[in-house]
Ligand binder design. Structure first.
Ligand SMILES: NC(=O)C1=CN([C@@H]2O[C@H](COP(=O)(O)OP(=O)(O)OC[C@H]3O[C@@H](n4cnc5c(N)ncnc54)[C@H](O)[C@@H]3O)[C@@H](O)[C@H]2O)C=CC1
Ligand SMILES: O=C(O)[C@@H]1CCC=N1
Length: 282
């Protein structure tokens, strides 16, 4: 399965569909801004927020009408639910009386299975589960998509029309969503953490913080582009940096001595386990 990027013609939303983002916090607003960059008319979008000040802020920033959850459920064909997993039950209680079965419901919440929505919404409602990540803000997101019981190809295509303009998408069976959440949903945080730690190392080695930051960030960008574009395996790319009796191998030995590889495997396993726990509202 290779992640896909939208063909040019799919990047321009061609339908008169109305899409509502319910619970526009960090990820909801990132998606909203991405849809506008991709050419969605603000008039075809709706947004909901818990606090009136937040609703006003979203309206001011994006020119999108802020409405109640009930209004969004009635007026929009596609509802993107972007509240915290722990708030999803309450949101669905609010939406259920107003949501017709022909709505497409897209959940961006970690952990919550499509069955959770199907049980609480009108019989036959199409639900798609998506795990995006924050680089949707710069159109470099990774959004992992799974169909619920009543979601067909057209629902998946409508979902991809929303998420492909802000990055890549990948369809997976829903059983892999917790793993995807651990890898790409949370993934950006691990890279930020590494940059933070490596910048500290630069300071230890005597560089000013700003310079250390720039050296590490540009190395990260260069490495990421090579990983994406060179077609080479990461091991080959690392070997090309690692000269015999050189500097890099000394660093790699320390990473191995400190169990960094095992720590990463354990960390992602812990994230996967937490995603599973969220399914029970924990
Ligand atoms: N932050 C991230 O990198 C990612 C987050 N997610 C998922 O996206 C969801 C949101 O996460 P964040 O944006 O980080 O959280 P957040 O806390 O920034 O956003 C959630 C927003 O929902 C609002 N809200 C809660 N209940 C509401 C209701 N009944 N009606 C209207 N608005 C309501 C809150 O006031 C808040 O603004 C979570 O389910 C999370 O698992 C998924 C992928 C990545
Ligand atoms: O930390 C979280 O629970 C959310 C889901 C994936 C990224 N952020």
């Amino acid at each position: 399965m290779t992640p896909t990027t939208a063909p040019a013609e799919a990047r321009t939303p061609g339908t008169a569909q109305k899409v509502a983002v319910l619970g526009a916090g960090k990820i909801g607003e990132a998606l909203l801004s991405g849809m506008i960059r991709a050419g969605w008319a603000p008039a075809d979008l709706l947004v909901t927020a818990r606090r009136p000040e937040r609703a006003a802020e979203l309206h001011e920033r994006h020119g999108v009408e802020a409405v109640s959850n009930a209004h969004a459920a009635k007026a929009a064909d596609t509802l993107i639910l972007a509240v915290k997993p722990q708030d999803m039950g309450a949101l669905l209680d609010e939406l259920a009386p107003h949501t017709a079965a022909d709505r497409l419901v897209i959940s961006a919440a970690a952990g919550i299975p499509t069955a959770f929505f199907e049980e609480r919404l009108a019989e036959g409602t199409a639900v798609v589960r998506v795990m995006p990540n924050t680089p949707v803000l710069v159109d470099e997101g990774m959004s992992v998509i799974s169909a619920g019981r009543h979601a067909d190809e057209s629902h998946l295509a409508r979902t991809e029309a929303i998420f492909q303009p802000v990055g890549k998408t990948l369809r997976v069976p829903e059983k892999h969503q917790d793993a995807a959440t651990a890898l790409s949903g949370s993934g950006p945080a691990y890279f930020y953490y590494l940059v933070e730690a490596m910048t500290d190392a630069g300071i230890l080695l005597g560089l000013p913080r700003a310079q250390a930051h720039d050296l590490i960030v540009q190395s990260a960008i260069g490495a990421a582009v090579m990983l994406r574009d060179s077609g080479e395996h990461p091991v080959r790319l690392r070997e090309a940096v690692t000269s015999p009796a050189g500097t890099t191998i000394n660093a790699i030995r320390e990473l191995e001595n400190h169990g960094v590889r095992a720590a990463l495997i354990a960390a992602l396993e812990a994230a996967r386990d937490r995603s599973r726990e969220l399914a029970s509202g924990a």
